[in-house]
Design a protein around this ligand. Structure first.
Ligand SMILES: CC(C)(COP(=O)(O)OP(=O)(O)OC[C@H]1O[C@@H](n2cnc3c(N)ncnc32)[C@H](O)[C@@H]1OP(=O)(O)O)[C@@H](O)C(=O)NCCC(=O)NCCS
Length: 172
């Protein structure tokens, strides 16, 4: 399995996986989000697309990462694609200078909660996001990302040395 940047050729597979993974509303926003996602990653298993991840990097000092949508084809789940997608997004966010990454998950979504927990994400109060939002002057869009029934998860990079200036400039 390989994680790479998504291309326009992946669109049909992403649409199919989004529809198989989310309700209509989420699937709509997942497909719409592909236009601006960065990083925008797919997991490629042989010739087929196993899953995708949409991230957002909010510019600030330092920037903040957000895992916006993550989905794996129901037939390809349980083989490590979800974990590999999130791991690669963490590497990219960090290399672009982010010191923390947020994700929003519905509380009853056990696979997703466990996946993020296994990668060092912890549940934080929703107000953390609002506080961050105000301090950093982030876009109003950030408010829109967290639905009322979702819990906020956060992973910091305090356990890792900051990205070197060379690494950050290579990634931007
Ligand atoms: C959540 C999701 C992306 C996981 O993808 P995946 O490729 O099956 O996950 P992985 O195989 O990489 O599993 C990684 C970890 O996630 C957890 N996990 C995955 N599937 C699980 C399940 N059915 N039950 C419990 N934990 C599960 C485990 O901790 C697992 O680690 P382990 O294998 O060492 O136990 C996938 O289930 C999915 O697409 N769900 C629908 C869409 C969704 O809910 N997206 C997330 C919110 S945007």
């Amino acid at each position: 399995m390989r994680i790479r940047e998504a291309t326009v050729d992946d669109r049909a597979a992403i649409l199919r996986i989004a529809r198989a993974s989310f309700d209509r509303v989420y699937a709509f926003f997942a497909v719409r989000g592909t236009q601006h996602a960065r990083p925008f990653l797919v997991a490629e298993d042989g010739l087929s697309i196993a899953g995708f991840l949409e991230g957002i990097l909010f510019r600030g000092t330092p920037p903040i990462g957000y895992v916006y949508f993550l989905a794996v084809d129901p037939g390809a789940r349980g083989k490590g694609s979800g974990r590999a997608l999130v791991q690669e997004s963490l590497r990219i966010f960090r290399s672009r200078g982010a010191d923390r990454v947020f994700a929003a998950v519905t509380e009853d979504n056990d696979p997703s909660m466990r996946l993020f927990a296994s990668l060092g994400f912890e549940r934080v109060a929703r107000r953390v996001l609002w506080r961050w939002y105000r301090w950093r002057g982030l876009s109003v869009q950030m408010r829109m990302l967290l639905a009322p029934h979702e819990v906020l998860l956060m992973r910091t990079f305090t356990d890792l040395p900051p990205a070197s200036p060379q690494e950050a400039s290579r990634a931007s």
